[in-house]
Structures are given as C-alpha cells and as structure tokens.
Write a protein that binds this ligand. Sequence first.
Ligand code: PGA
Length: 229
Amino acid sequence: MTYLIANWKSYSNNTQSLIWLKELGKLAPVISPNLKVIICLPFTDLPEFNRHLNFSKTPLFVGAQTVSSYSAGKHTGDITASMLSELVTYCLVGHSERRSNGETSGDVAQQVLSLLNYNITPIICLDTPYMDEQIKELFRQNITLSHCIFAYEPISAIGSGQPESAEDVSRVVSKITLLTNSKSPILYGGSVSPQNVQDFINQPSISGVLVGTNSLKPSVFCQLIKLLS
Ligand code: PGA
C-alpha cells in the first residue's frame, strides 16, 4: 500500500475545505486500490467534510492533525481521542510545528496510546534530533508499533521548497525500521511536489508521502494522486 497524506495545517476553514472537496470531485481523480489518500484537516472542518465525503465519489480517508494527551476530564479546550473516534480513522502526532510549541516525546507517546485505544491509526512524525528518544518513549509505554504509521519529516525541508534527497531519506527510513523493529509504513514529508514525488516513491523503503503546501490546491493534489495511482 502507498500512502498520500495531506496536512492542511491551519490553512482552511469549513467553507474552504468543502470548496476543495468539490473542486477535487470535478477533477475526478481515479485512485488506484493500492493508494490510500488521507486528508488531515483542522478539527472544525471534520464533521461537514465527512458529511460531504459520503456523497462524493472520491474515496478519501480523513484524519486529524493532533489529539489531546488526556482522556475525558477537566481539560478545557482539549479534543480527546474519544471525540475524534466519531470523525476520523487517522491522526497526525508530534509534528515539528507542535513540538516547537513545547510538545514532548512523552506527550506524543500519550497521544499515540489514546488514539490506539480508540482504533485511530497514529501517524507519528519524526526528525533525526529526537527520533531515538521518541521511539524509546513509545517502547517504554509498551505501544504496539505495528499499528502505527511513521513519517520522517526533516525540519529543514518543511515548507522550504528544498526536499531532502531520496537517497538520504531512504537511509533515515532504514534506521527507523531498525529502531522500531516493525514493518510499519514509513513515509517522507518535506517539500514534496508533483516534480519530485516519484523520486521518493521509487525507493522501496519509502511507503508514501506527507504533503503540506502542495495539498492545498485541488489541481496540484490531483496531480499527486495521478502520479501515485
Ligand atoms: P510541506 O509540509 O509539504 O509544505 O513541506 C509538510 C508537512 O509539514 O507535513
């Protein structure tokens, strides 16, 4: 299975996300059965996006971009895995943009545990400075890593237009496979575009891509779907 995952970050409100879905529908991309396309949306877009997806002919999966490390309780403003379980089957965790706001490897491990309790597949973002520490923390919490997806996202490549070379990515991906001792899919993210996506997919160790900027325009995202289908 190849994965194409969109990370919309904080770019779209509910109206914009429905326009995106309509536009993509008009382009009618054919998604091969070997390609899983997952759109990770802001929380506020999820219910309506799901509703419209039911009527759309495009077979997309839906994910969130983070989750609370807590379960139900006195945590004003937090969105728990239980709340998400009615809306998504995937969720990003530990994106470097959240780590830069103070999220730790311990927080991320808690989030992964909560998600797995509700049968939501965590997509765990990693970069080299904290990769070993994060994976150790997942092991410390006895997390079944085979139920997770990993994404190697070097901070220098995110949003910079300067992706890491596919060969370098492949080396890091092999290291993640070794550290996690699992067959979990491992993706690459960081300035992926229609121009470079094949370079990554051609590496047998890389199971797909996580795309920020180039997932925002339906026409560009449709190109990515076609290239990977
Ligand atoms: P980018 O973002 O594709 O814009 O580099 C990737 C990400 O942050 O997941």
